[in-house]
Write a protein that binds this ligand. Structure first.
Ligand SMILES: NC(=O)c1ccc[n+]([C@@H]2O[C@H](COP(=O)([O-])OP(=O)(O)OC[C@H]3O[C@@H](n4cnc5c(N)ncnc54)[C@H](OP(=O)(O)O)[C@@H]3O)[C@@H](O)[C@H]2O)c1
Length: 322
């Protein structure tokens, strides 16, 4: 079988496409024939030596996969079941989804909910799951369309684009913050407005503009979101594409009562089941079926390099032949 396998290269990892024996995959009760594996920023960092992501070498990359069970010693799964696996260390410390087969413990496997095809589930993947977790959390914190416009940063990325589409589906007026020129992509997903990050004013608080938002960027972007979110607003922090540092004052919190909440996609299975059920229902973005670009495994290194340069828009899936 073919796999994108990451070997140690100094302190970081370096991936190549190899032929490997299926029997050499990491242990698990369930073997899955992978149909699609979404490509994430973290995968690109791991495979191209961008950050010390990999915890065990060598390791097949790919932090998510959608496919069909071909063998199972776990009574909950049978051959032919369509499943999704993400997180739990796949693509980091356990052989991941950039391979024709994946073998994992049954506790990591989630049956696809009714209402999502394999392609749709893979188009969502970790990015869609994280965006959905953020929307769900923000709604729990009281965010609703009546409270005013919301902002999504890193908007043309996987998390951002799906976050825009989900919030629009929920009836929010969405402003997309993007470093790319407005070519209609974000408005096509339901954004009402598209903007670039303004120059920093140097003030600890600025005009109240957003009822809340989803931040896939971190750094200066999240700092600005904190300064411009309105009284009682909530921001979900998911990503760090613009940096891990966060220089803020406490004023957004103590004068405007803003909540900054953190999102981690590697959540427990009961929460995953609930969020994936929402993804198949009221959070399913319109037009999901046509949202992703499909590539073959051989194209993966090039796509990941472009991803690290911020040149990829939306979701990209590695699709394997039947
Ligand atoms: N917390 C979690 O569990 C979790 C789960 C999934 C992903 N993440 C993180 O979420 C972030 C987004 O992931 P993704 O898969 O959506 O990645 P992606 O597809 O590469 O998107 C990232 C987007 O961020 C923007 N961006 C890139 N470089 C930037 C920079 N230097 N300054 C400002 N904006 C920049 C770009 O959008 P624009 O050009 O439109 O601005 C880019 O498309 C990553 O940091 C990822 O690690 C976290």
């Amino acid at each position: 079988m073919k796999a994108y396998r990451i070997e140690q290269d100094g302190k970081l990892g370096r991936g190549t496409i190899v032929d490997m024996d299926r029997a050499d995959l990491d242990e698990g009760d369930v073997t899955v024939k992978v149909r699609h594996a979404g490509v994430n920023y973290k995968d690109a960092l791991a495979g191209l030596g961008g950050a010390p992501i990999i915890r065990r070498y060598p390791c097949n990359g790919g932090i998510e996969a959608v496919g069909d069970v071909v063998e199972s010693t776990d009574v909950r799964f049978s051959p032919g079941d369509r499943v999704i696996v993400h997180g739990r260390g796949i693509g980091v410390s356990h052989d991941g989804g950039f391979a024709e087969y994946l073998r994992v413990p049954g506790d990591w496997v989630l049956a696809l909910p009714e209402g999502l095809s394999a392609l749709e589930a893979a188009t969502l993947g970790v990015a869609g799951y994280s965006a959905a977790l953020a929307v769900d959390r923000l709604e729990t914190l009281g965010l609703s369309p009546e409270r005013g416009p919301v902002l999504v940063s890193g908007a043309t990325g996987g998390v951002g684009s799906l976050g825009v589409a989900m919030l629009a589906r929920r009836g929010f007026s969405v402003t997309a913050l993007s470093s790319k020129p407005d070519d209609g992509f974000l408005r096509g997903l339901g954004a009402q407005a598209v903007m670039a990050l303004p120059e920093a004013s140097g003030k600890p608080l600025e005009r109240e503009e957003w009822a809340g938002g989803i931040d896939a960027a971190g750094g200066k972007v999240l700092e600005w979101m904190l300064r411009t979110t309105a009284h009682g607003g909530a921001i979900a922090s998911i990503g760090n594409a613009a940096g891990v540092a966060l220089n803020t004052t406490v004023l957004p919190f103590i004068l405007r009562g803003i909540t900054l909440t953190g999102i981690n996609a590697d959540s427990e299975m009961p929460l995953r089941r609930r969020i994936w059920a929402r993804l198949a229902d009221d959070l399913k973005p319109a037009g999901l079926q046509a949202m992703a670009r499909e590539i073959v495994l051989a194209d993966l290194p090039d796509y990941m390099a472009r991803m690290l340069e911020g040149r990829i828009t939306g979701r990209t899936l590695v699709t394997f032949d039947d």
